[in-house]
Write a protein that binds this ligand. Structure first.
Ligand SMILES: [Fe+2]
Length: 338
């Protein structure tokens, strides 16, 4: 029996073909937002950026809306802000409502993630589960009813949205370190041990799901990569974390913007133009000082979330936008992300 945090419940499993459904809705511009982690200031920044679009976009939150928001007011603020928009379930939402504490945080961590990280993550979700925010019956019903995947039409292109990968809600097959061609630094820093995910595998998922773009978030480091197949091109995007820093020496979150308008947005970090679909990573410039102060109030030094996330919140990650802009993706000339 796998340890809590390394469990993959049967309920996580689905098939790429399950995404080959009629689109849930159609839009001109779509923002995909993952890994908010209960950061209300990142939510404010996401909604403000959406409001600045010339054509109002649709927003899909692709899971882990909650995590560090053990403060009930923060939890309720995130719920209220997300509720008018679309969402798919992340492992945190699953772990909050599944009624099965043996899943721990629900992350289904692979073997190469150290036990200390897994233990701390389990403790974070245990404390969130015991807090008053998720106790509200209406909230629990809403989180339990969230779909595990969503297919959306952007113009005449189809976008598949998941939390983990096209086979599991908390799958790791689309982690930066797993994807080919290899990012050797990502593999060295994570201690990654296979199997790797080939471009052919991604193309096969896109073909079976009938999507031109595949968006995920669970593994927390953003990237975009164009995958050619059968005379066409699809793009796989990990939208990283909206509520945590994603890059070295930077405090910005990341979201993915997909649009039928081929014009890159001014704040694009990196992106690519497919036939009829423009895809960009956008920075989420949230109020770092307020988030850090809130984080310390809930998670002081010595707490499990502090051990796992304080360094990332303060200093960012090792990743640069050059690592994130993979095959077929172009860095913006204005890609400074501080
Ligand atoms: Fe996750």
């Amino acid at each position: 029996m796998p340890a809590p945090g390394r469990v993959c419940p049967v309920a996580y499993r689905y098939r790429p073909e399950d995404l080959a459904e009629p689109p849930a809705f159609a839009c001109t511009t779509l923002h995909v937002v993952g890994g908010l982690y209960g950061n209300p200031y990142a939510l404010d920044a996401v909604l403000a950026r959406a409001a600045a679009e010339p054509v109002p976009p649709e927003i899909v939150f692709n899971g882990d809306l909650h995590y560090l928001d053990v403060d009930a007011d923060r939890f309720r603020a995130v719920e209220a802000g997300v509720r008018p928009h679309h969402a798919v379930q992340g492992n945190v939402e699953y772990a909050l409502v599944a009624g099965d504490d043996s899943v721990g945080c629900g992350c289904d961590y692979p073997d190469y993630v150290p036990d200390a990280i897994v233990t701390n993550s389990n403790l974070v979700v245990e404390r969130l589960r015991a807090s008053s925010g998720p106790a509200d019956t209406g909230v629990r019903d809403r989180l339990a009813a969230l779909p595990r995947h969503l297919t959306v039409a952007v113009g005449d292109r189809r976008v598949g949205i998941v939390h983990g990968d096209p086979e599991s809600l908390a799958g790791w097959r689309l982690a930066l370190e797993a994807l080919d061609p290899p990012d050797e630094e990502a593999r060295a820093r994570t201690g990654f041990t296979g199997p790797t995910t080939t471009a052919d595998q991604v193309a096969d998922w896109c073909r079976r799901a009938g999507v031109d773009a595949l968006c995920c978030t669970h593994t927390g480091l953003p990237y975009a990569q164009v995958v050619p197949h059968a005379g066409r091109r699809s793009v796989v995007v990990n939208n990283g974390c909206a509520g945590l820093p994603n890059f070295a020496g930077s405090h910005v979150g990341v979201v993915t913007r997909l649009s039928a308008d081929p014009q890159p947005p001014d704040d694009s970090l990196y992106g690519s133009t497919l036939d009829g679909l423009r895809v960009d990573a956008l920075p989420v410039r949230y109020d770092h000082d307020r988030w850090w102060a809130d984080f310390l109030r809930s998670w002081p030094s010595g707490s499990p979330a502090h051990d796992n996330y304080a360094t990332r919140i303060q200093d960012g990650t090792w990743l640069t936008v050059e690592h994130a802009a993979r095959d077929g993706v172009t860095l913006s000339r204005r890609s400074g992300c501080r």
